[in-house]
Design a protein around this ligand. Structure first.
Ligand SMILES: Cc1cc2nc3c(=O)[nH]c(=O)nc-3n(C[C@H](O)[C@H](O)[C@H](O)COP(=O)(O)O)c2cc1C
Length: 324
């Protein structure tokens, strides 16, 4: 099937302008946390954490464990895949289409050593592999997008690299405004947005352009939109500082945060078996909810020493009684 961004199933074209996206984050944006964020204030698009095509081809479901788990109300949702072998990307993308994802995103920005061996940001240095991967994913019939960085080593790489990507008729392009080498250590290069936007307008005006990097919340995103007239804003770590960050100007109360944590616990219990994630993985989230109030660090300390969701609930209940 010939694919184009004008594909009638291309949900990217039906989004509001501007639109907000929850960034893919490994071991964070799974079915549980996406529901938590939906309750706090939903973005317009959700991404899964990334899943490796070659791992799936060789080891099947067990290689991806719960990464692809989603529910009917989890929508619109883009599955993020990574890899560098076109046959594997094609097979995995077709499987994702069977799972009824709304779109497929290819990760071409991950700096982790394990990803760079065969995909992630390594594709910035292997444009021919990137082109093949995009073509392979398109055979699924789903709209294909790419999330990448400005370059591998030098910021100046952005023009050639983004030109290559925009020439592939992709539905959306997310740019984390740093190079692979810069990791997250320098301030995102917002100053390049006007030139990147001009390049998109020239090569592929229908490709939605999404900006990512250090954007704290909706108000910050809207400010950037006003300044640069971008289509979409992607927020990652902003949700750790405020899970309500997709709602404009919402500073949650202690009660709201604790009630959101209680919801998180409920969902964790519900999906734990399918997700295959141990209780310990919950602990990274405690600081998201338990902060900025008297006694928060003592409570967090106690939570970090807990061993089950039942124990966490008990600690929260005691905190609640103390409030009364
Ligand atoms: C814990 C964590 C996991 C991440 N996992 C992924 C991932 O699976 N795929 C991806 O494209 N980027 C991943 N990223 C990068 C984010 O999507 C995003 O590009 C980066 O954090 C910069 O945006 P931010 O400043 O809004 O957080 C991850 C980032 C973090 C902090």
């Amino acid at each position: 099937m010939e694919y184009s961004t004008r594909n009638q199933n291309n949900f990217w074209q039906d989004l509001p302008q501007p639109f907000f996206v929850l960034a893919p984050m490994e071991a964070v944006t799974d079915v549980v946390f996406r529901h938590v964020i939906r309750r706090a204030g939903a973005p317009d698009v959700f991404f899964t954490e990334f899943a490796n095509a070659t791992g799936w081809v060789h080891a099947g479901e067990k290689a991806i464990r719960g990464r692809l788990l989603k529910t009917k109300d989890d929508h619109p949702i883009v599955v993020q895949i990574w890899g560098g072998e076109a046959g594997d990307m094609e097979a995995f993308a077709k499987y994702c289409a069977e799972l009824k994802y709304d779109g497929i995103d290819i990760n071409m920005g991950c700096p982790a050593k394990s990803a760079v061996k065969s995909g992630g940001s390594a594709l910035i240095r292997k444009p021919e592999v990137a082109i093949e991967a995009i073509a392979a994913a398109k055979t699924s019939g789903l709209p294909v997008s790419v999330k990448t960085r400005l370059g591998y080593t030098y910021v100046e790489e952005w023009r050639d690299w983004l030109t290559t990507l925009l020439q592939q008729d992709i539905a959306a392009l997310t740019i984390h405004l740093r190079t692979k080498k810069e990791m997250s250590k320098v301030v995102a290069h917002y100053e390049l947005i006007p030139e990147i936007k001009a390049l998109r307008d020239e090569i592929s005006p229908s490709t939605r352009l999404i900006i990512n990097g250090d954007i704290r919340d909706r108000a910050h995103g809207l400010k950037l939109v006003q300044q640069y007239d971008i289509d979409g804003i992607m927020i990652g770590r902003g949700v750790f500082a405020n899970p309500f960050c997709f709602q404009e100007g919402h500073k949650p109360s202690k009660q709201e945060l604790i009630s959101l944590l209680t919801y998180h616990l409920e969902l964790f219990d519900q999906y734990q078996a399918e997700l295959g994630r141990p209780f310990e993985t919950l602990k990274r989230f405690f600081k998201v909810y338990i902060r900025d109030f008297d006694g928060a660090s003592d409570l967090r300390f106690a939570l970090m020493n807990s061993t089950s969701t039942a124990e966490v609930r008990k600690l929260l209940e005691t905190e609640h009684l103390r409030l009364d």
